[in-house]
Ligand binder design. Sequence first.
Ligand code: SAM
Length: 224
Amino acid sequence: MMEEHLFSAFPKDDDLFADCYTEERTYEFCGHVLKITQSFSTDLGVAGSVWDSALALCRYFAEQKISFRRRKVIELGAGTGIVGILAVLLGGDVTFTDLPRALKEIESNISVNVPSSCIHCSRVRALSWGHNHTWFPGDYDFVLGSDIVYLPEIYPLPVRTLRHLSAQSATVYLSSKMRREHRTISFYEEILPQHFQCRLLHRNEEQNINLYKATQQEHHAGRH
Ligand SMILES: C[S@@+](CC[C@H](N)C(=O)[O-])C[C@H]1O[C@@H](n2cnc3c(N)ncnc32)[C@H](O)[C@@H]1O
């Protein structure tokens, strides 16, 4: 019953890739070498590849020496899992989430990159924004998301999920390609600020990628 409900809650997104092949790439952050397999297939769609926004967020964590040590972290729309994997290696207790079809790829990348000594610090769960976030606790210290702001018709849904998951003192890090066709700027300048204090941390002009930090506004601290 639970499973049925879960699957009906998950929308299909665009199938952008017609061919099916996989590719392993190596990335290095904070002295950790990450081997990430990407899958270009119609099944996985946009979840299958490492997006530039994910690399931008990893670079930011490295440059700013962000520590997730002993902190509760959740990643939304984790895709290949690269951001969450770095967060585990930087000490976090990380819950990776995405739509059901992406979870196997995340698990596989975790198994390659997270040493068995800290495998208990990672878990992979299905989470569809705005639908089943109440199955998760609302006390995460960090909420992470890279390139998850590209579906303007459902922008209120990830915001609802962010509000539920974030502890009062939580830090939300989001990185986004600022696509005009997806009105990404309106998410950060109009929708998210209705509930969060939102600050632009960094902009990569060449790649058109912005990094934001959001924190709960005290008078909007309710759960929805
Ligand atoms: C552009 S990809 C970004 C993947 C990864 N974060 C990265 O930056 O490499 C967007 C991700 O959001 C996930 N996603 C899309 N719609 C979703 C929804 N309604 N609920 C949860 N995840 C969703 C996709 O499955 C995909 O993994």
